[in-house]
Structures are given as C-alpha cells and as structure tokens.
Design a protein around this ligand. Structure first.
Ligand code: ZN
Ligand code: MN
Length: 480
C-alpha cells in the first residue's frame, strides 16, 4: 500500500525585542552571567505582577500580518500549568482563548510546485529558563536569564507532507519574519525551534493516523532525518505490526539517528488553561492596528517584481537578491550611491555572494554597508580602482565595517595609476625577462601574452587599466 505523510508544525520564534515580555529585564543574555537578567516578575515570586511589553504585541501583530492572518483586536493571556524546574511560577503565561493572530496562510514552493500552508494561529508567550546539567556531577543548575523572553508560537494546520516541504516552509517563515525585522529565526542560535507533529495514512484517505510529536528540533538537517525515520517507523508498525503506535511525545537523538518515547502526549485538559487574572486583555484599536500595518515591509515577491521592472534585472538576479532582506538592503544601498542597478546586482551576485559562500556565511549574516559597496562600484567604473582591487576592498570590508573605500584604496596602494612611463618601464622589463613568451606570441600563440600581462599586473599591484597595459605590452613586443 502507498502511504502519505501528514505533518503539522509548531514553530517557536524568539522575538527581537530589547526587554522581556512581562518585565523590563534584558531579553538578551548572550555573554551574561547566569541569572544576571532576572527580577521578581520573571522569577515568578509570590505577589509579582506582569506588565505586557507593548513591543511584543507590535511584533506579534506584525508577524501575523506577514503570514496573512486575521488579528484578534482583543487578545488575552492565559496560564498554562505544568511543573518543571525551569518554570519558576509553575505555569507559563501564554495565549489560549484569544491568540493575537489566527487563520493565516504561507505560500511555499518545492519540486512539487506551489502550495499554500494554512496557519491555525500565532500566539505570544514567555520562554522558560535553562537547566544546566554539566557543571558538577549529580547536580542540575537553573539559569533564569531566558525565562520570560518573548516568543511567538506559529501553529500550522497539518498541511505539510514531506521533509522538503517542511524545509521550504521554515525557510519561508524565516524570510518573512526577517523582512519584517521581528525575529532572527536562526535555528543554530536557538531563536527558532520546531515541534514536528507527524502521522501517516493510506494514500487518498482522509482519516488521520496516530500522531507523534518530536519537540524542540533545532536544525533543518536533523528535522529531515527525524521525519524520514518516523515515517518508516509508522509504516512498519502499520504494515508489520512491529509496535503499537500511540499518541506521544518523542525525543529525536540525532547522533543515534533514532527517536525515543518521552511521555504520552498531554492533552489541553492536562494544562488546565485559564485566563491569567494578572494580565489585562490587550485591546488593539484602529490607530494602533493601522500604525503597525504601515510599518510592514515590501513582501519578497513584490520586491522581486519591482527589481525586475524598475531596475531591469533578470528574473534570476531579482530572485537571488530577494532571498534575504540583508541582500536587498545592501543592494538598494549600493544602487542609491552608484546609480547603476545592473552593476550593483552584478557585484552582489558575483562578488558579495561568493565571499559569503567562501566564508560559510548565510545571506542573512551579510554585514557590509550597501552605500560603501556603491562607492567601490563607482571607484571601479570611473577607472580609479581596478576591478580586482575593488574586490580586495570589498573583502576587507567584511572584516571591518568601518572601512571607507576611497580612503582605504589610498592608504593601501590600490589606486589606479595613470603613469604611462611606469607602465612602459614595467612592460619593457617583463618583455626582457621572458624572451620565450615574446617569441611564442610572435609565433601566433595569443596565450603567451597573458603570462606577460599577469607579470606586469602583479608588478603594478593591479593599479593599471588593463586595456592600456595590453596596448603598451604589444607595442613593446613589436619593438623586439
Ligand atoms: Zn524580569
Ligand atoms: Mn509554546
């Protein structure tokens, strides 16, 4: 029998606000000492009162609008009860009855074509702390820096049916949320985490099979392997009766390449959700709603179309650039200075992207200033700096964001020379040093010129117009 896989995702995304969701503690604990960013509120002390961080609601709304959701204009917080040492209040403040955003869609594209994935809801909630097990044997330490860091949880309908679709969906979420500047969405940094709900059923049927959930997956590769393993396990259980499938939470061990039962799945009733009496309902009036709507960025598709139309870029170039807001901003910054979109696109795609690839950086990690790139492009197109040296300046900018291209070129001997006397002397010396190349060239071997050309360019540190050098070299050879 043929089976189809049914996957729904719950994706937790850390919002990029400065402070936590219900107190003024810093939400960024990278490099901080354990329990440095804590206060009675985020530590769940008796009598503490949470106050909703407005930025969190702004970002929650923005995320909802990016994913085509309806915004609940009165959104409320609820308590989700569970006991675990990383949760000091013994309940998580989250949204159950009226989440900030509902009924969205996310469009994805895979080798199977386009697909629309329905979003059930997006709710805002607080993160839990971190348990640290490896400081001393037989002890566990708790770090509350992460408690109450704001999250949104994006809950999809079970509309995904392969690892490829899951990857495309996660990439799309990341792209959209980064465009809106509400979140980093970097799995490797823990700012995006994913729970995978999965079941299989005979192809063409409507009934859902027994569903298992794998929690807190934090790499796309691990998610792909876990999906493959779970699908095989489910089908084996159904076809060969190797085990009885039960609804449960499982842990994926990426090293062993296996999933293990953790606990039977809780139902909503186990969490005893109830409205949090300490947090007032948040009412989003028209003024607030419209203000947020106005801050929405151009969507990737709109940008892509505009790049093709306004700048005359090829479909491929426009597509590549719109893959990441960081690329778009660098490109647009460069165009604003050099006023030549095709040149700027060319530099982005051939030079900037190859440096990113060579340094194993993602597009989103691009940190160079587009305006500075525009200045390099100008220096090269005006013949003040050779193209190869322009690339050198660009590479240096990846290490030092403060570099000013013209000044850097000046200080590092990368300015093009108009000194034909120097070029002639260099060409003369090269010709004298390599009589074989000279006779080869005279004998019709065009390639022999390249070795002489290269020798001169190296000598001149690239600061020479290639056309001028070529002409002078040929003149020198003919004098022989
Ligand atoms: Zn706090
Ligand atoms: Mn959650």
């Amino acid at each position: 029998m043929k089976y189809e896989t049914v996957i729904g995702l719950e994706v937790h995304v850390e919002l990029a606000t400065n402070s936590k969701i219900f107190c003024s503690c810093s939400a960024h604990s990278y490099g901080a000492d354990p329990n440095e960013h804590v206060c009675p509120a985020c530590c769940g002390m008796p009598g503490m009162l949470p106050v909703v961080n407005k930025r969190v609601v702004d970002f929650g709304m923005k995320a909802g609008l990016m994913l085509n959701c309806d915004i609940n204009r009165t959104t409320t917080f609820d308590k989700k009860s569970y006991y675990y040492p990383d949760l000091p209040a013994a309940y998580q403040t989250t949204q159950w009855f009226a989440p900030v955003a509902v009924n969205g869609t996310v469009e994805i594209e895979t080798s199977n074509g386009r697909k629309s994935v329905r979003i059930k809801q997006i709710h805002m909630e607080e993160d839990a702390g971190k348990l640290v097990h490896d400081i001393r044997e037989d002890t566990t330490h708790v770090d509350f820096n992460r408690t109450s860091v704001p999250l949104i949880e994006i809950v999809s309908q079970p509309d995904l049916s392969s690892a490829e679709e899951v990857e495309a969906y996660l990439e799309r979420l990341k792209n959209l949320l980064r465009y809106a500047k509400v979140a980093e969405c970097e799995m490797a940094h823990g700012t995006m985490r994913c729970d995978v709900n999965l079941s299989v059923r005979p192809e063409g049927t409507d009934i859902l099979g027994v569903r298992t959930e794998m929690k807190n997956m934090n790499s796309i590769e691990a998610i792909k392997r876990a999906i493959e393993y779970e699908v095989a396990r489910h089908i084996d259980a159904i076809e060969n009766g190797t085990e009885v499938l039960v609804q449960e939470t499982r842990r994926w061990d990426d090293i062993k390449g296996k999933s293990y039962a953790m606990r039977t799945k809780e139902t909503a009733g186990d969490y005893r959700y109830f409205p949090d009496p300490n947090v007032m309902p948040v009412v989003i009036d028209d003024e607030w709603f419209n203000a947020i709507k106005e801050t929405l960025p151009e969507f990737p598709e709109v940008k892509r179309a505009r790049y093709a139309e306004e700048f005359g870029l090829s479909e491929y170039d426009a597509d590549q650039l719109s893959k990441s807001i960081a690329l778009c901003e660098c490109f647009e910054g460069a165009v604003s200075v050099c006023k030549n979109a095709k040149d700027a696109a060319n530099w982005m795609i051939s030079e900037v992207m190859s440096i990113l690839n060579a340094r194993k950086m993602t597009y989103d990690m691009l940190n160079i200033d587009g305006k500075a790139l525009g200045e390099i492009i100008l220096l090269v197109s005006e013949g003040k700096v050779g193209r190869a040296n322009g690339k050198k300046i660009l590479a240096a900018m990846f290490d030092d964001e403060t570099i000013e291209p013209a000044k850097y070129a000046e200080e590092n001997g990368l300015v093009m020379s108009n000194d034909t006397g120097l070029i002639e002397a260099t060409a003369k010396a090269a010709v004298a040093a390599d009589p074989k190349a000279v006779s080869d060239f005279k004998g019709g071997k065009e390639k022999a010129l390249m070795s002489l050309f290269g020798r001169c360019m190296k000598e001149l540190k690239g600061n020479c117009d290639p056309q001028v050098l070529r002409k002078i070299l040929i003149d020198e050879i003919n004098k022989q």
